[in-house]
Write a new protein. Sequence first.
Length: 314
Amino acid sequence: MPSIVVACVGDPGVAAGLGKKGTTSDLTLYNTVQGDRQFVFVEPTRFPEKMVALTTALAMAHRCLLVVHGLTRPIAETLATVDLMDLPTTIVRGPSVGDDELRRALKGSRLESEPFLAEDLPHLRETIGAWAAPERPGPVRVPIDHAFQVKGVGAVALGLVAQGRLEAHAKLRLYPTAQTVEVRSIQVHDVDRASAATGERVGVALKGVDARELERGQILAPEGSLVTTHRWRGRDPRPCRYYRGEIAPGGRYHLAVGLDAYPVQVGSVGAPIELTVDRRISAEPGSPGYLLDLSATAGPRIMGRWTLDPVGSE
């Protein structure tokens, strides 16, 4: 059964009307089945207190529902962040916001051409029911978003099959560590499976690791399929036009890559920008990275987007 993950960002509440509540942390996941498709709706529960909850929810998703009930500062920051991400977005307009008012707020961004829908749950369900996740062939890749220990089973990791097909008993590397783990079993929506396809959300029992060693941002993938290093170059800059600070050489910020964000120091700010992360991270060359200024007190905390290339491999 095909699956699709939808980030529900902006004003909260819509996701709870679209699915049954599941995993809760700084993110809350809601699950439902419509026709022949399974849907997972991800809401960044701890945003705006925790900026990384927003970037993580968007990084997990195939599509975005951007819900606007009023033009508040958190909404402005959400709009600035979604604008930098290549994620098909549908804007859900609450009854207290007019079309003209919202279009003025979106003018000049990629979002001004995205479709608007009124906040009508039956109509939303009908629209969403036609969505499908894109196919992403290649070596299997499962970014981990939650993990826990199960008595009699061992370590269980939760994540989305972002690429390829996950097979039971496969031996995969737990990036960015050097550990190799074995997939003991796979569940999709609590049903045992021999494999899981791109787009499906899985619970994976792992052999060779303890749940205390698992953390968000780690990736299950074949050996040699990702690059691991703490030094990166960022090219093709897309600065956030609303960020009120300046990127300073030697400045310390956070770099959001995949499902987490890491302390980073900026070296040269030319083309390309030089980035040294405080720890080794794993990514495919050409992956997007987002600089965050988590100490900003005015304007959005997202500084911009860069395309990342590794400097060597460790």
